[in-house]
Write a protein that binds this ligand. Structure first.
Ligand SMILES: [Zn+2]
Ligand SMILES: [Zn+2]
Length: 223
């Protein structure tokens, strides 16, 4: 199968607006994720995921760092979302997305170019953010031109791309059964339930029982 070498990566204005509503503020990293998602879908020749196991996304952002908003753009563009469970976070502190087509096992990894990212880091958007100004409180004149740049810049200046003909992807069956926890009475999906003396527990109550058992043993030990 041929790779599509001329991806259009065109994103409609209302997709940007709707994704900004979903994301909660205007910033350059979320649209960068939109572009990365569309680029990966274009190269794979796939449609946005509807939750039938068609696509799997892996994002490499970590926690508590600049431009983590990238992942929200990826979710909006690809339809791979936290709730559907078809996105996985590999916390490497990198701005990269791997999108896997489950049907063909082909994958595309889109990674933000160091040169462009480091230029952006020196711009007022990021220097102001570093001073503690929240993104929604920034002057639109600081934010809007950067977003326009992210939306229109030719993708080869923004991203490097790697393709995989056979990407290893474990297939996990979706669970449709659940049990009631003996202690708290809440529902817990069966693969997450723990069993003790013929009773089933959620992990929290199971852990509490194990902890109670341990402290009694420790109290008895000195005697
Ligand atoms: Zn953001
Ligand atoms: Zn419980």
């Amino acid at each position: 199968m041929e790779w599509k070498h001329d991806p259009s990566s065109s994103i409609a204005a209302d997709e940007l607006t709707n994704s900004q509503f979903f994301h909660g503020h205007k910033c350059p990293a979320m649209p960068q994720g939109l572009r990365a998602g569309h680029l990966a879908m274009d190269l794979l020749g796939v449609e946005r995921a509807r939750g039938g196991g068609e696509l799997q996304a892996i994002v490499e952002i970590g926690d508590h760092h600049f431009s983590g908003c990238f992942a929200d753009g990826v979710q909006f563009a690809t339809g791979c979302t936290f709730g559907k469970g078809n996105i996985h976070k590999e916390p490497l502190g990198k701005f990269a997305l791997t999108l896997v087509d489950a049907k063909t096992s082909r994958a595309v990894r889109v990674s933000a170019r160091y040169e462009r990212m480091s230029q952006c880091l020196a711009m007022p958007f990021f220097t102001e953010r570093q001073r503690g100004v929240p993104p929604f409180a920034l002057d639109p004149e600081v934010v809007e031109p950067l977003i326009a740049d992210v939306m229109t810049r030719p993708w080869p200046e923004m991203f490097t791309v790697a393709t995989f003909e056979q990407y290893p992807l474990p297939s996990v069956a979706e669970a449709f059964t659940a049990v009631q926890c003996t202690d708290c009475g809440e529902m817990v999906v069966t693969p997450y339930a723990r069993e003790l003396d013929g009773h089933r527990y959620c992990a929290t109550c199971f852990g509490a029982r194990a902890f109670r058992g341990r402290s009694e043993t420790q109290a008895e030990r000195p005697r």
